[in-house]
Design a protein around this ligand. Structure first.
Ligand SMILES: NC(=O)c1ccc[n+]([C@@H]2O[C@H](COP(=O)([O-])OP(=O)(O)OC[C@H]3O[C@@H](n4cnc5c(N)ncnc54)[C@H](O)[C@@H]3O)[C@@H](O)[C@H]2O)c1
Length: 383
């Protein structure tokens, strides 16, 4: 079994190291900052102890998993790895520098992957002598619990690198989807309207946070409402992802960030982690207006925008329809795949909703995907 090295022992790196060690690999977890590997080791010990208490693993397995991980501040210890997964700070020039250093330490057949959420894999790979060995392997937080992993070949990635990387991650019992090297990959692109359209509905005064959340949960079947979820993710992180995707798409108005969320971030109302976001966690939660007619208007508008985004990702060959649907159910727990959901609702109904919004607002934000139009004209369904 190959040795796996993880670069960066933060939130994502520590989780990825846990997965690799649990799946039997010898793991090197490297971080350059003082105290980072110690923090990761202590956190991992707590997580594994809890798994023993819950009888998910035995004490023996706990010790074996920990024993497989070499927590280190010495980058040269990555030597001999068959797979490296980088999960350091989201900064292109720092990542390129680390990739160059790693390339000088490993054999030619070692795959070097990045867990980046927003940088292009092509730009990271371009720093290497052998860029064909680079691929994106994008986990979701918390990595050990979220089943989805997006695999992203860059223009430089060889078929061999892609096949090998996918088969290793599949062997870790993850659900892998292959996506083009475009901003937000599948999940962080297709999910944008879940937040953006909910914010817009609030800004127009159609409903408050609690009512929008209630509608999406109770009528739509989503596990969390958009405001609840933004508070959980953190308004700083969620806003940054939106802004990054918006910029990367050359300011396509579909992805325009919201001032409501920007002010939340500026005020330090980050969500659960700061005790206050859209909700104040020190007091009782506000009551939703449980008017089902209003709830359906809210759900229908957000859902039509999500389906449009999924259809457009398919139109532009970002991934297969199956992978787009899998990504949203396994990466962000949507109750159904968006394209399958569209078939259920009827594509003509989705298209009409988008056209009505576009007519009413005159905004490009609501333009229907050409694929939806073509499919409705040809009376087709996705499945
Ligand atoms: N947090 C998420 O939800 C999430 C999800 C998917 C992908 N990602 C991506 O994963 C990567 C890491 O994110 P995170 O949330 O784990 O960050 P984090 O801040 O928790 O951890 C980053 C770690 O990298 C270390 N580091 C920074 N520069 C380094 C260097 N030059 N050499 C070695 N170590 C260095 C830091 O000490 C820190 O421990 C980013 O690229 C991010 O876009 C994050």
């Amino acid at each position: 079994m190959i040795k796996v090295s993880v670069i960066g022992a933060g939130t994502m790196g520590a989780g990825i190291a846990q997965i690799a060690a649990t799946n039997g690999h010898e793991v090197c977890l490297y971080d350059s900052f003082d105290g980072a590997t110690e923090t990761a080791e202590n956190k991992l010990k707590k997580i594994l102890n809890r798994l023993v208490e819950k009888e998910r693993i035995t004490q023996q397995e706990n010790e074996t998993i920990l024993g497989r991980i070499n927590f280190t501040k010495e980058i040269k210890e990555v030597a001999g790895s068959g797979l490296i997964i980088e999960a350091i700070i989201e900064n292109l020039s720092i990542k390129q520098k680390v990739f160059t250093e790693i390339e000088s330490l490993v054999d030619e057949d070692c795959i070097i992957a990045s867990n980046t959420s927003s940088l292009s894999i092509a730009s990271i790979a371009s720093a290497l002598k052998n860029p064909e060995r680079v691929v994106g392997i994008h986990f979701f937080n918390p990595a050990p619990l979220m089943p989805l992993v997006e695999i992203i070949p860059a223009v430089q990635t060889s078929e061999n690198t892609l096949t090998k990387a996918k088969s290793i991650i599949d062997s870790w019992k993850k659900v892998t989807v292959i996506t083009k090297d475009t901003p937000g990959f599948i999940v962080n692109r297709v999910a944008r309207p879940f937040y953006g359209e909910a914010l817009r509905i609030y800004e127009e005064g159609i409903a408050d946070f609690a009512t929008i959340d209630w509608a999406m949960r109770e009528i739509g079947g989503f596990r969390m409402g958009p405001f609840q979820l933004m508070d959980y993710i953190g308004n700083d992180i969620n806003y940054t992802v939106t802004e990054t995707v918006f910029t990367a798409f050359y300011f396509d108005s579909r992805y325009k960030p919201s001032f409501t969320q920007k002010r939340m971030m500026e005020a330090g109302y980050l969500g659960r982690k700061s005790g206050r976001g859209y909700y104040d966690y020190s007091t009782e939660m506000p009551q939703a207006n449980e008017d089902r007619k209003l709830g359906k208007v809210i759900l229908w508008r957000v859902l039509a925008m999500l389906i449009n985004e999924a259809a457009d990702a398919l139109f532009l060959n970002i991934a297969t329809k199956e992978d787009i649907d899998l990504a949203m159910t396994k990466g962000v727990n949507y109750p159904k795949g968006l394209l399958a959901w569209a078939d259920e609702i009827g594509l003509a109904n989705v298209l009409k909703q988008l056209e009505d919004l576009q007519t009413e607002y005159g905004e490009d934000r609501y333009r229907p995907s050409p694929l939806l139009k073509r499919m409705v004209a040809a009376n087709k369904t996705f499945y």
